[in-house]
Design a protein around this ligand. Structure first.
Ligand code: SGN
Ligand code: CA
Length: 548
């Protein structure tokens, strides 16, 4: 198939979608798609973070559109990646939870771009078990990936690289741009980081950052989960489930601090030493050993005496200590992510690629920074259902700069957006919708009606969610639901069978389950009807099993 031409793009897009596409320039549009793993929007300054500053991600937001209502379809890594690649919900692409294996024979947007003449490259965390398909070049982290001296599979061959994952992934991406691609062809480059996934291991150069900072506990840290049975059942609280040795790195030399689980303790003690060389270990120890000594002075081995009259005060102090330690490590990891985003932007600028590259920054899902007392994700509650999303389309392609969009968007929309932006036909079985109109300025010739019509539809759009992985690893019950611009209606099923309803205008933190409350019957009827319509539209087989 020939490379896209302006005529091909416009005629296709106008005929099929009633919209124009971005491909109105002589140069075809490239795509750089940066994705982190577990990056919470709460820790991006462009999203209003009060705890850190991310100047480079913000720089991208100043060059593009920041989506304020961006959601995932299934808040977990593998499923999210499969949704993005296919533009389809989990039941349709088959990768419903992290125990699955992605069927690489199915249609994905990199394959479609490649057929349209694009070079495609995938670098970093893949997490879909089967080997990548649809890429000219791939160099992926094994499984979840390691922070230090990680092992990669490069076009089928295993090799270990020395250094810190976020830096290495960026180095590989820049090397591919410089030395491995054909400069005559347009490209789509995936830069997918392992960071900031658990266990939030910072780069050595960032270890001393934030050491003197303290963070306020979220006001719902001590949520009692009343009215929410699935929330009562989970195993992802900072207080109980975040481990001192494994997560918080209190692997003391004389082994007096213990994990709540022996396997976890084994890994907690081994993980720093297994992969690090002696210089890395020495730098690591120089930072953490004094913190361990201080911890022991304050809390002994971390096992508090329940008979101590001060027990509840001591418990709050320990919880607070854990939260501070979690925040500091997480933010250090984000600092490195942001610095590496800056390296990519600088490279594109220095190599005159900024003017014809769509740059995307996102995460595979959101993450809890102590809200509800949690870390991890999975729930259809706001912090993990949402994900950061910034898309920067160059001004020469009609791209808006430094604006926000409140359109209701989801990660199944990325594939059709990339396809439309490059003038590649969008197959009719794709379930997401293109966001291109959100990226383009209203004054682009021929775009006015499309923008108005499409934008209004997107603002009112209802989103569908379905999460499957239970009971492993954090015991979040299966659930599906609908998110309208104002309400969330969720149906947990399996061990916990319960409906939950939230009015997000008054309860953005999902604290008050209104399901069954007086006066809500007609609202619930309406929302259930809409939910059933979505299940039918997307053809989710669960609708035949759960009908109430
Ligand atoms: C690992 C983590 C979990 C996390 C899952 C899924 N445990 O199993 O805490 O929820 O990944 O995360 S760990 O001890 O191995 O770090 S996902 O983002 O990859 O889906
Ligand atoms: Ca993730």
């Amino acid at each position: 198939m020939p490379l896209n031409s302006h005529a091909q793009c416009s005629s296709f897009a106008l005929a099929l979608l009633g919209t124009s596409c971005a491909f109105a320039q002589d140069k075809p549009l490239n795509i750089v798609y940066i994705m982190c793993d577990d990056h919470s929007y709460q820790t991006i300054s462009a999203y209003g973070s009060t705890v850190n500053h991310t100047p480079n991600i913000d720089r991208l937001a100043q060059r593009g559109v920041r989506f304020t209502n961006s959601f995932v379809a299934n808040s977990l890594s593998g499923p999210s990646r499969a949704c993005m690649l296919t533009g389809k919900h989990s039941h349709a692409n088959g990768f419903t939870d992290n125990t699955k294996r992605f069927d690489g024979n199915q249609q994905t947007f990199p394959k479609l771009l490649r057929q349209a003449g694009y070079q495609t490259a995938m670098i970093g965390k893949w997490h879909l078990v089967s080997q990548p398909t649809g890429f000219d070049y791939w160099d992926i982290l094994t499984g979840q990936g390691d922070y230090y001296n990680p092992t990669f599979i490069c076009n089928g061959q295993h090799l270990q690289r020395h250094g810190y994952s976020t830096n290495i992934v960026t180095d590989l991406a820049l090397d591919w741009l410089t030395n491995k691609r054909d400069p005559q062809k347009p490209f789509c480059l995936f830069i997918h980081h392992k960071a900031p996934h658990r266990t939030w291991m910072p780069d050595l150069q960032d270890l001393e950052l934030f050491s003197d900072s303290t963070y306020e506990l979220p006001d719902n840290f001590y949520d009692d989960y009343s009215g929410r049975r699935a929330a009562q059942e989970q195993r992802m609280t900072i207080a109980r489930d975040m481990d001192l040795v494994y997560d918080l790195k209190m692997a003391d030399r004389d082994s007096t601090i213990h994990s709540y689980d022996t396997t976890l303790e084994h890994w907690g003690r081994a993980m720093y030493t297994l992969r690090m060389d002696s210089a890395q270990q020495a730098a690591w120890d120089a930072h953490y050993q004094p913190i361990i000594a201080d911890f022991k002075q304050k809390f002994g081995n971390g096992q508090l005496d329940k008979d101590d009259p001060q027990f509840s005060t001591r418990k709050s102090q320990l919880n607070n200590w854990k939260f501070q330690q979690y925040m500091r490590d997480y933010l250090r990891v984000i600092h490195s992510v942001d610095r590496n985003v800056g390296r990519v932007l600088d490279y594109l600028e220095q190599n005159n690629l900024l003017e014809n590259t769509l740059i995307v920054y996102t995460s595979d899902q959101g993450f809890y920074m102590g809200e509800h007392g949690w870390f991890d994700k999975r729930f259809m509650y706001e912090e993990s259902f949402r994900t950061p999303l910034i898309m920067s389309l160059p001004a020469a392609y009609g791209g808006k700069q430094g604006v926000t969009s409140s359109a209701m968007v989801q990660n199944i929309d990325y594939a059709p957006t990339f396809l439309q932006a490059t003038g590649t036909p969008i197959p009719s079985d794709i379930q997401g919708v293109s966001l291109l109109c959100e990226l383009q300025a209203k004054d682009q010739t021929g775009l006015k009606s499309c923008v108005r019509h499409h934008a209004n539809q997107l603002k009112k759009r209802n989103l569908y969610y379905h999460y499957y992985e239970y009971p492993d690893e954090h015991r979040v019950n299966r659930h599906f639901g609908i998110r309208t611009p104002r309400y969330s209606l969720m149906r947990f099923y399996g061990d916990v069978n319960q409906w939950e309803l939230y009015d997000l205008k008054h309860d953005p933190q999902n604290m008050h389950n209104l399901y069954g409350q007086p006066g809500k019957q007609s609202l619930i009827r309406r929302l259930k009807k809409k939910l059933q319509e979505l299940q039918k539209k997307y053809d989710d087989p669960i609708r035949h099993q759960i009908t109430d």
